[in-house]
Every structure is written in structure tokens, then in C-alpha cells.
Design a protein around this ligand. Structure first.
Ligand SMILES: Cc1cc2nc3c(=O)[nH]c(=O)nc-3n(C[C@H](O)[C@H](O)[C@H](O)COP(=O)(O)OP(=O)(O)OC[C@H]3O[C@@H](n4cnc5c(N)ncnc54)[C@H](O)[C@@H]3O)c2cc1C
Ligand code: SF4
Length: 336
């Protein structure tokens, strides 16, 4: 373990003011501390934000909910309002990690967790995300878990979160406070594709702190499914996941949302795929056509070629489950 300063912030303003270029905010610590132990993250200052007043879920005037950044993933998933109004989000959170981790992990920490690319964690191997300019061990290496969409020739990592896939489908907004004041980032613009700056996971500016996540009033509570496919039922990140949400009027799809996890550096959405479903009755053909749009341009890296047909089937399955109001169960986790 390397030496670092430890600061316990008493207010959001304190936390932001204490931030130096080599600082990291500490929330649940379930990712940051692991990365520090592995020497992947070597912050000069750790700013503990656990005393900040960001631990509540509040009603918004427009009908949505604001999730405080320090509310645990477990308290979010089991909040009665989330279960009733945003079951897609509850389901996605419960698909991730373990009960113990979800008790510690926070709503601000989850979107900022870093990729699970093996090479990123192994400081003996090249990795442009960990050590800019060093190369990428995953390209032509072991890349079973890597991206099929939106990758660059510098990085083919995926974002590992389940929660974020649902937040993307729900059109959530991320509220941040930073040296320049407060701002709101739509979830679609929060994470980045790797491009030629693979070390940047998201569009936060230095020192910006996530204070909360706003959910819009529409929660797609009747027709939704979070389908997660993984190598084993417990403790596994998604190989492919799909957040599907539909709203019906007179038997036809009036609104559709589809976001994919495990396939790209960010939750993957294509508004054209969603638009194609609007006005249609639910059908295998329509769902396949939407899947084809979502996966247009998908490229395998060798070991992960299987993800392309797998994702196609998963999208169709999740949309069918959403349409039939038979969402994937996160209790037995098996794919129905
Ligand atoms: C064994 C294991 C299995 C897991 N499986 C899954 C899974 O299946 N699905 C899944 O989604 N996740 C999974 N996770 C990841 C877990 O969900 C994350 O570690 C957790 O959500 C991170 O939250 P945290 O509060 O502990 O963040 P921390 O570890 O405290 O922080 C993570 C990062 O976010 C930054 N940060 C924290 N809070 C803020 C804030 N408010 N504003 C700005 N930056 C902030 C930190 O500086 C750090 O860079 C797993 C983790 C483990 C260890
Ligand atoms: S895929 Fe990205 S995170 Fe993984 S080794 Fe390559 S550059 Fe690093």
C-alpha cells in the first residue's frame, strides 16, 4: 500500500475544495480500495465523503425520485418506491454483486467503478487505461469479457455496472457538484467511449462529485425486464445484459427503451432501435429488427465473438419478457 493523505469531508463544498489532481473520493470503497491494494490506483489523497448529507431518496416535484449519492445500492433496490415505480432499476441492482457488496456500494460509487478488464488490474501487463501509451494487452489477448461495440484501437474494455444499464434506459440524470458549481449530466452522456483517451471513463471534470441521480416520473413499472447473462450465477459481471422497458397504448408499443450492458465502454443505446418499435404490436420480427439496429457494427475480438449472437438473442428475449410482463427473476437468476 502506498502512502496517501486521508481527509474526511464535512460538506460537499469541503470535499470539492479538498480535491487535488491526484485525489480520489471514497464512498463504499468496494472498488477503490481493491484498486489501491493492487497498485492500480495510487491516489495522493483520499477524500472520505461518507459524512456528507447525501443519504436520502427524495420525491421530485415533477414526479420522479432523487437518489442520494450515498444511499447504498441495497437500500435503493429495496426502497418501496423504487420497487413499485422503478422495478427495472431494482432488478438491475439486485442482478449485481452480492448482498454484502450491495450493502456497502453506493449510488455515486457504482457509476464510477472501473472496468474489470484483467489487464487493467495486472500492473505487469500493458494497459492504455491504467498507464497511457503502454499498449493494450486485451487486443489479441484474452478478451472473452471485452467490448463488441464502440471500442477503439486503444482500448476494448467494457463498463461493468448493472445499475447503470437500467439508469441509461430510464433516462436518468446525474447531478454533480464541482469547482465550477453544480450541473446535471444526462445519463446517456455520463460515460464515454474509449476513443484515444481510454483512461477517461466518464465526462466528470476533475474534482466533480456526484451528489445524486434523478429518475424521471416514467418508470415503466408494468412492462420491463433486466436480463443478465453471465458465466456463473453468483458474483459474476455481465457478459451481456439488457434493460428493456415498454409502454403500451391500445395493444401497441407507445414507448420503448433498450440499453445493453457488458458490450461497450458505456451502457449501449440506439434511439433508432427504440423508435422502430413505436406503433407496432409486439412481435418476434419487430424485436429482431430492433436487435439488429442495436448491434449494427458489432465486432468481436476473437474470444468474445460469441457475444454478438448472444446479445441478439438476449435483446429479443428481454423485449418479449417486458411485453409479456414476465420479467427476469433476480432471485433464482436463471434465464427463464
Ligand atoms: C466481487 C465483486 C463483484 C461485483 N459484481 C458486480 C456486478 O455484478 N455488477 C455491478 O454493477 N457491480 C459489481 N461490483 C462492483 C460494485 O458494484 C462496485 O464496486 C460498487 O458499486 C462501487 O461503489 P462504492 O460506493 O463502493 O465505490 P468506491 O469503491 O468508494 O468508489 C468507486 C469509484 O467511484 C468514485 N466515487 C465514489 N463515489 C463518488 C461520488 N459520489 N462522486 C464521484 N466519484 C465517486 C471513487 O473515487 C472511485 O473512483 C462487484 C464488486 C466486487 C468486489
Ligand atoms: S482493454 Fe482497455 S483496460 Fe483492458 S488492457 Fe486494453 S486498454 Fe487496458
Amino acid at each position: 500500500m502506498n502512502r496517501f493523505d486521508y481527509v474526511r469531508a464535512a460538506s460537499v463544498a469541503d470535499a470539492v475544495q479538498a480535491f487535488a489532481p491526484d485525489s480520489r473520493y471514497l464512498a463504499g470503497g468496494t472498488n477503490l480500495i481493491d484498486l489501491m491494494k493492487e497498485n492500480v490506483e495510487r491516489p495522493g489523497r483520499v477524500i472520505d465523503i461518507n459524512q456528507l448529507p447525501l443519504g436520502a431518496i427524495e420525491e421530485l416535484a415533477e414526479g420522479g425520485l432523487r437518489l442520494g449519492a450515498l444511499v447504498s445500492n441495497a437500500d435503493t433496490a429495496y426502497d418501496e418506491r423504487i420497487e413499485r415505480r422503478y422495478p427495472l432499476l431494482s432488478s438491475a441492482i439486485l442482478a449485481g454483486a452480492s448482498p454484502q457488496l450491495r450493502n456497502a456500494a453506493t449510488n455515486g460509487g457504482n457509476p464510477n467503478q472501473r472496468t474489470r478488464c484483467y489487464y487493467f488490474y495486472d500492473t505487469a501487463t500493458p494497459c492504455n487505461k491504467r498507464a497511457p501509451g503502454s499498449g493494450c494487452g486485451a487486443i489479441s489477448g484474452v478478451n472473452r469479457i471485452h467490448a463488441i461495440l464502440g471500442a477503439s484501437d486503444q482500448c476494448i474494455a467494457t463498463h461493468p455496472s448493472d445499475m447503470c444499464v437500467a439508469l441509461a434506459a430510464l433516462d436518468a440524470d446525474v447531478r454533480v457538484a464541482g469547482p465550477q458549481g453544480e450541473r446535471v449530466i444526462s445519463f446517456a452522456d455520463y460515460h464515454r467511449l474509449p476513443g484515444d483517451e481510454p483512461w477517461r471513463d466518464n465526462n466528470l471534470q476533475p474534482g466533480e462529485l456526484v451528489t445524486g441521480i434523478d429518475l424521471p416520473a416514467e418508470g415503466f413499472a408494468e412492462h420491463y425486464s433486466y436480463l443478465k447473462l453471465r458465466d456463473r450465477l453468483s458474483y459474476a459481471f455481465a457478459l451481456v445484459s439488457v434493460a428493456a422497458a415498454l409502454r403500451f397504448e391500445d395493444g401497441r408499443i407507445a414507448e420503448a427503451r433498450i440499453a445493453l450492458g457488458g458490450v461497450a465502454h458505456k451502457p449501449w443505446r440506439k434511439p433508432e432501435a427504440e423508435g422502430l418499435l413505436v406503433g407496432q404490436e409486439p412481435s418476434h420480427g419487430a424485436f429482431l429488427a430492433a436487435a439488429d439496429i442495436l448491434l449494427a457494427g458489432a465486432v468481436g475480438q476473437g474470444e468474445n465473438d460469441f457475444k454478438i449472437p448472444l446479445a441478439r438473442k438476449a435483446i429479443v428475449r428481454a423485449l418479449r419478457q417486458a411485453a409479456d410482463a414476465t420479467p427476469q427473476s433476480q432471485i433464482d437468476k436463471r434465464v427463464a
